[in-house]
Structures are given as C-alpha cells and as structure tokens.
Design a protein around this ligand. Structure first.
Ligand SMILES: Nc1nc2c(c(=O)[nH]1)N[C@H]1C(S)=C(S)[C@@H](COP(=O)(O)O)O[C@H]1N2
Ligand SMILES: [Mo]
Length: 192
C-alpha cells in the first residue's frame, strides 16, 4: 500500500477507464496531406510526410498519466518516436530553451526543452498495443508523462523550438505554466 500511495500524486484518483477530454471537434486525418513540421531554433527545419514520420525509429514507454481534473491512469504503454530523435534530426540550436507543441485547430502547449528531452517523452501513435483512437489523438499525440496530461497534446502537427516561452492554449486560460502533478499539491492553476 505504501508504495502505491507514493505513486499517486496529491488530489488524484485512479481510474481504469480512459476519459476523453479536449476542446473542439476531433479533426479529420488524411495520410496523403498530413505533415509534421519542425521549426524555430534548429539547424535543419524539416517537414515530414506521414510515411516519412512512420519510418522513424520507435520505442515503448510504460508510464502513469495524471489529468488536472483529478484522474490518474496507471501502467500505460505508449509506443512512438522519441522526442529526442526529432530534436537530433533537426539539430536543435543552443539558443533553444522552450518547446511549443503545435496541434490541429491551433491548440498549442509549452514545455521547457529539457523536459522534452527526457527519454520517456514520445510522439506516440499506439497505446497498450493498439493504434490510438481518433478521440485520443490519432494519428499522433505527444506524451509527457511527468507533467499534467493537458501538456500531452493530441493531433500533433509540429514542434517549434524557441528561445522564449510562449504559454499555450490552457496556459493562457489559467492553467499552470509548468504543471508538475507532484509540486505544491499539484500545479493545476497559475497560482499553485
Ligand atoms: N489538440 C488537443 N490536445 C489536447 C487537448 C485539446 O483540447 N486539444 N486537451 C488536453 C487535455 S486538457 C487533456 S486532459 C488531455 C486528455 O487526453 P485524453 O482525451 O486522451 O484523455 O488531452 C490534452 N490534449
Ligand atoms: Mo485536461
């Protein structure tokens, strides 16, 4: 029991299901026109087609996820392309400090570069042995397990490396800029 308690951040309740939470409609996906753009403070800005993206090396990560709305889901296995692989392909300049994840319909979220470079951060297309469903971000979502799940943008279309921080969709609407589930009883809102 002791280890189990320490595994669940303050104010969280474990769920066996997987709630669906997002703003706006689930976007349509067409592999013929989908692109993934890497831009900003990089030596080699790149635009990948869907086939090119799927040819990149993949790995699996087992992790717990924590939503700001107080549910946690344990022992997820996500499979996808490591964030660090994308950073390596594009050649991140030393001037880059922040990452802005760009998703469909203008959704963005901001994460410090060093957080994205952790080896459990993935651009994921599979969960627990199956392709993501459209509701959970198919064809591609980022997964950043150590931060609240709103940072794990669904329907990702690109990544920007920036010298300056750029608060994203929820960060501009009162959510915490960093979102550590373990700090201060959970960094849910800007004043936590
Ligand atoms: N593109 C996009 N990604 C998003 C969101 C969104 O509105 N749009 N909502 C975020 C929020 S607030 C949460 S809690 C998680 C929920 O992911 P899930 O529906 O797979 O549980 O997605 C995040 N990623
Ligand atoms: Mo959320």
């Amino acid at each position: 029991m002791e280890s189990k308690r320490e595994r669940i951040p303050p104010g969280q309740t474990v769920t066996d299901g997987w709630p669906v939470l997002h703003e706006g409609p689930v976007p349509a996906f067409d592999p013929a026109t989908w692109t993934f753009r890497v831009f900003g403070e990089v030596e080699r800005p790149i635009t990948l087609t869907y086939d090119e993206f799927r040819a990149l090396p993949v790995r699996s990560v087992r992790c717990d996820i924590h939503c700001v709305t107080h549910w946690s889901k344990l022992d997820n296995v996500f499979e996808g392309v490591p964030f660090a692989e994308i950073a390596r392909l594009a050649g991140v300049k030393p001037t880059a400090r922040h990452v802005i994840i760009h998703a469909e319909n203008g959704y963005t979220t901001n994460v410090p570069l060093e957080d994205c470079m952790r080896d459990d951060v993935l651009f994921a297309h599979r969960h627990n042995g199956q392709d993501l469903t459209p509701e959970h971000g198919w064809p591609l979502r980022i997964v950043i397990p150590h931060l609240y799940f709103w940072k794990s943008a669904k329907w990702v279309r690109g990544v920007e490396f920036s010298p300056v921080d750029k608060p994203g969709f929820w960060e501009q609407r009162g959510y915490h800029n960093y979102g550590d589930p373990w700090k201060n009883g959970g960094q849910r809102f800007w004043f936590d």
